[in-house]
Design a protein around this ligand. Structure first.
Ligand code: LFR
Length: 459
């Protein structure tokens, strides 16, 4: 059967078509379209209609398929009025409107930072939907809103006319009770929104409606709810077994372990670990590390391609300067080289003086941040880790994979690069009855069918 995965990323969207039958998965990208944020009146927005057009064109290019599933980055949303019409373009999670909002809760009389964490299980990151809603409080748009749809749910609603709230992505709002079974009344009251703003929760694998005639060529195709948070799909697509940690490495690096239940201890709160919901009720216990965004933003400033930078960095001196790759100072778009220089300077470290040196500094810093996150995850969750899986675009970065193995003192298995799309596809394949339904069998299928590269730690 033919399955289409729509995967919307921070810089581009793609439509991937897969054939899944008797233990074989073949797939290819049939469409890719840019995702270019637009600043309007000082606020950074997603151009969500351009994305929707890309999805429609991509589905037309895909030809007839048996099911479509949609995933994207988390936390961002569109607000709809009483007629179901979008009220303005969604705001980008890297916009500055949430600056300082989450800090207000550290000294809050009712909602301390820890009480927010304990209720939701979600680390207090500035861009969480809950803080975006606090930042939007009092706006005419929020007052007029009758429903809130996260980005993949919005695209799905436009395609099918059916509104729902997919649970893995809903967990990133910070508005679900820890464990992800229901909305948290306290967190909704903190955000100042009623539960009725959210269409019914739905789980990966359930039907999401049928594409309407207005959507053109793809009309009549069933849409299946997938793990619509891209990281949830990517972690479902980790070919792991036994005691493994994962790094979902793209614009962000999401580093952690999979658990059966959330960990909401004070230590875990202080260490910045989040408990996002994964497929089949699993918990993605992880820390957000800035990821390849650091390098992508530098490249945007320099106007330089990746390959020569990586080739140079491989022979540059190791560990000369390292920055904290989890520091929110690197979150916003803008002059990244200047921010990295400032971080090195204030830590009393040598300031990288060439793009190659800065590339090395970024990769060393990421590897160190991965090691810290994995060590903290083991300690805080009381689990062992024998192997680290790197999935996503970063799995292609040989230097980063080797530095990670070295820093962690553990073998790294890199791949698949397309773990997110594969996770999306496998959830649909399962709903269609094409694969063995348990998560470990789906992962075994990936181990058998996908190319993985082993990096052993060097002394
Ligand atoms: C990765 C990701 C992360 C989330 C960040 C913001 O694409 O979805 O998991 O923390 O983007 O949505």
């Amino acid at each position: 059967m033919r399955i289409a995965a729509v995967d919307l990323g921070a810089s581009s969207g793609r439509v991937i078509v897969a054939d899944v039958s008797s233990g074989v998965i073949t797939f290819s990208e049939v469409a890719r379209f840019p995702n270019e944020p637009v600043r309007v009146g000082g606020t950074l927005h997603w151009d969500v209609l351009a994305l929707y057009r890309g999805v429609l064109d991509g589905l037309a290019a895909a030809g007839p398929v048996d099911s479509v599933g949609i995933d994207s980055w988390a936390v961002d949303y569109g607000l709809l009025d009483a007629d179901g019409v979008l009220l303005g373009n969604p705001v980008h999670y890297r916009d500055s409107r949430t600056d300082g909002v989450s800090d207000r809760f550290s000294g809050h009389s009712v909602f301390s930072g820890y009480s927010v964490y304990e209720a939701s299980g979600i680390a207090l990151q500035p861009f969480n939907t809950i803080f975006q809603l606090v930042a939007a409080a009092g706006s005419a748009q929020l007052a007029a809103a009758r429903s809130l749809l996260l980005i993949p749910d919005l695209i799905s609603y436009w395609l099918t006319g059916v509104a729902g709230t997919e649970v893995t992505n809903a967990s990133t709002t910070g508005l679900l009770a820890a464990g992800g079974k229901s909305w948290s009344p306290q967190m909704l009251s903190l955000a100042g929104v009623p539960e009725s703003l959210f269409p019914p929760l739905r789980a990966p694998g359930s039907p999401a409606g049928v594409i309407a005639p207005a959507a053109g060529a793809a009309a009549g195709t069933p849409v299946t709810v997938v793990a619509s948070h891209d990281t949830a799909s990517a972690v479902a697509g980790v070919p792991g077994a036994g005691n493994f940690a994962y790094i979902s490495c793209g614009t962000w690096s999401l580093v952690g372990v999979e658990l059966p239940a959330p960990v909401v201890s004070v230590e875990s709160y202080e260490a910045g670990f989040t408990n996002e919901i994964g497929v089949d009720g699993t918990v993605r216990y992880l820390r957000n590390v800035m990821g390849l965004w650091l390098l992508q933003e530098c490249q945007r400033s320099w106007g330089l391609p990746l390959e020569p930078l990586l080739a140079g960095a491989a022979s540059a001196p190791a560990g000369r300067s390292v920055i904290d790759a989890t520091d929110p100072v690197f979150l916003a778009p803008g002059d990244m080289p200047a921010r990295i220089e400032a971080a090195c300077r204030s830590a009393g470290q040598p300031v990288p003086s060439t793009p190659v040196e800065m590339t090395r500094c970024i990769l060393d810093s990421l590897a160190l941040a991965y090691r810290r996150a994995i060590d903290d995850a083991r300690r805080l969750a009381g689990v062992s880790v024998d192997v680290v899986h790197i999935v996503g675009g970063g799995a292609q970065n040989e230097l980063l994979c080797q530095l990670t193995a070295d820093a962690c003192g553990l073998p790294v298995l890199a791949g698949p690069v397309e773990a997110g799309a594969l996770g999306n596809i496998l959830i649909q394949a399962r709903a269609l009855g094409l694969v063995d339904p348990d998560l470990s069998s789906m992962r075994a299928l990936l181990r058998e069918t996908q190319r993985l590269v082993l990096y052993e730690p060097r002394a």
